[in-house]
Design a protein around this ligand. Structure first.
Ligand code: NOJ
Length: 520
């Protein structure tokens, strides 16, 4: 595994909404560079940057029209290279967002593939052989686009209607128009995506968060074809760019780790029960104490077994597709959520703005965001400045309107208050760094987790020499809890709220608290 991941705490930047340096109402890459020291001060040392490439922005940039050119609204390729350099100079790393499954309909590959006359790109997308022939109800296909090409065919789409599916072949070929995975056209698509990765890795990028990574090979119900495809991509990287990191949006860690990814995300979809903790009617982290973490833990355990105890699962505070965490939890509850996120295996991800408890806004959809738009509003840096310091553009020209509340949280206010959520996130990241047992690959064992109950208690153990053991006890409920525990604590490393105590075989966990106890 790339060694820098051992120490990585990620910060996801949605570039549109981060920091605008040229007063056009939209964030840009110089704006990201300007804030690198801020990110570092919080304690994050790695970035995931959402797509920043040329695009018609029907899906906020997940509809790429040129994989190898930065969208002018964000700056230039040179700006992106400068971002890599500035990040590296600070010991930070940068993941770009690779969208390998589909492009925009404006991508030159797609325009060529629409032509009646056969050419190099005729097989680059998943086309049927007649405009009236549907692609069918096939795993990996999300509909069909027909009627926009001079060629006689319909094309499969992956997400929105304007995101035609790139052709990596079908695992089971049952129709004459379907390509096999090892057909020349499917292999050409694969090569083209390797070229895209190489293009940015050559320029200093450290790896990729891979969009819809499990969707590439069609009619592949067990995803064995897609797994084999990524194994090949990984072999290519290992040969030429062994340090390049791949993190998947897939949601099935056993498959992705086998496919060669370093880590997989726990997501708002899939089987992880991630939402039970943070975003549902009764989130486990709410002080009402009516949630359930047991199904999350059961699935997490199963995934640990399936991944050989490596548990390389990333737990994000949120992302640009989910409702803001603050919609479900207040800042005090969020501190406990971060106590969990920062003390679990795998790399934690902070979604920009969650560290100050930005709210989910009720705003009109922008660039295909729909309900997701509320989680994508521009960062509130400083209340004393125009547009909270995000941009010098007139307020009505911002990419997405900002939080209009008088009590909108800001970075400066949070940083000025030692008791704030921001400072707690900073302390928790520092604790993680200083504590080998809380590291990426240290073991985790769930000591107490009952159905519909509190607290959650888990033991982290450093692998190898030191063998440090840290007991993590989290009780978001507004009532104290006691559980039997035969361990002996040496010292309290940190607590959020009143610290738990471990005496005479009983672990007493105060209401609304999280405690990290080093064990003998
Ligand atoms: C997942 C991305 O996170 C989301 O924002 C996007 O709309 C879809 N994939 C399609 O690329």
């Amino acid at each position: 595994m790339s060694t820098w991941l051992d120490d990585a705490v990620f910060y996801e930047i949605y570039p549109q909404s981060f920091n605008d340096t040229n007063a056009d109402g939209i964030g840009d890459l110089p704006g990201v560079i300007e804030k690198l020291d801020y990110v570092l001060e919080l304690g994050c040392n790695a970035l995931w940057l959402n797509p920043c490439f040329v695009s018609p922005f029907g899906d906020a940039g997940y509809d790429v029209a040129d994989y190898c050119r930065v969208a002018p609204r964000y700056g230039t390729n040179d700006d992106l290279v400068r971002l890599f350099e500035e990040a590296h100079a600070r010991g930070m790393h940068v993941l770009l967002d690779l969208v390998p499954g589909h492009t925009s309909i404006e991508h030159p590959w797609f325009k060529e593939s629409c032509r009646a006359e056969g050419n190099e790109f005729s097989g680059r997308y998943v086309w049927t052989d007649d405009v009236w022939t549907p692609v069918g109800d096939v795993p990996g296909v999300n509909g069909v686009l027909r009627g926009i090409a001079e060629r006689n065919g319909a094309v499969a789409v992956n997400f929105f209607a304007f995101q035609p599916a790139l052709n990596y072949g079908f695992y089971r070929v049952t129709e004459p128009w379907q390509s096999a995975m090892d057909s020349p056209e499917a292999l050409a698509t694969r090569q083209a995506m390797k070229d895209v990765m190489a293009f940015w890795l050559e320029r200093g990028c450290d790896g990729f968060r891979v969009d819809m990574a499990g969707s590439l090979v069609k009619d592949d119900p067990e995803q064995e074809g897609t797994i084999a495809l990524w194994q090949d991509m990984r072999a290519f990287l290992d040969e030429r760019y062994p340090d390049a990191v791949l993190i998947s949006e897939w949601g099935e860690p056993d498959k992705t780790i086998r496919a060669g990814f370093h880590m997989d995300f726990l997501l708002q979809f899939g089987t992880s029960h991630y939402m039970d903790l943070f975003r549902c009617e009764h989130p486990w982290f709410s002080r009402e104490g009516a949630g359930d973490a047991s199904e999350f833990v059961a699935t997490y355990r199963r995934n640990l077994e399936l991944t050989d105890g490596r548990g390389l699962m990333c737990i994000p505070s949120g992302n640009h597709d989910m409702d803001r965490l603050r919609k479900y939890l207040d800042p005090e509850e969020m501190k406990l959520a971060f106590a969990f996120i920062m003390s679990m295996p795998g790399c934690p991800f902070v979604y920009a703005g969650d560290e100050i408890g930005m709210r989910h806004l009720d705003v009109t959809s922008v660039e295909g965001g729909y309900q997701r738009t509320g989680a994508r509003s521009p960062i509130q840096w400083d209340a004393s400045e125009k547009n909270f310091g995000f941009s010098d553009a007139p307020g009505d020209q911002l990419y997405i309107p900002q939080d209009a509340g008088d009590d909108a949280p800001t970075v400066t206010a949070e940083m000025a208050d030692d008791a704030s959520l921001w400072h707690e996130v900073q302390r928790l990241i520092a604790l993680r760094r200083a504590t080998p047992a809380l590291g990426v690959s240290a073991a985790v064992e769930f000591v107490y987790c009952e159905k519909n109950a509190y607290p959650l208690v888990y033991l982290r153990t450093e692998r190898g020499k030191g063998g440090q053991r840290v007991l993590c006890a989290i009780n978001p409920a507004d009532r104290p809890a006691e559980v039997p525990c035969d361990e002996r604590a040496v010292r309290t490393l940190h607590s959020v709220g009143e610290a738990a105590s471990l005496l005479d075989g009983v672990l007493s966990v105060p209401a609304c608290s999280a405690t990290f106890l080093e064990l003998s």
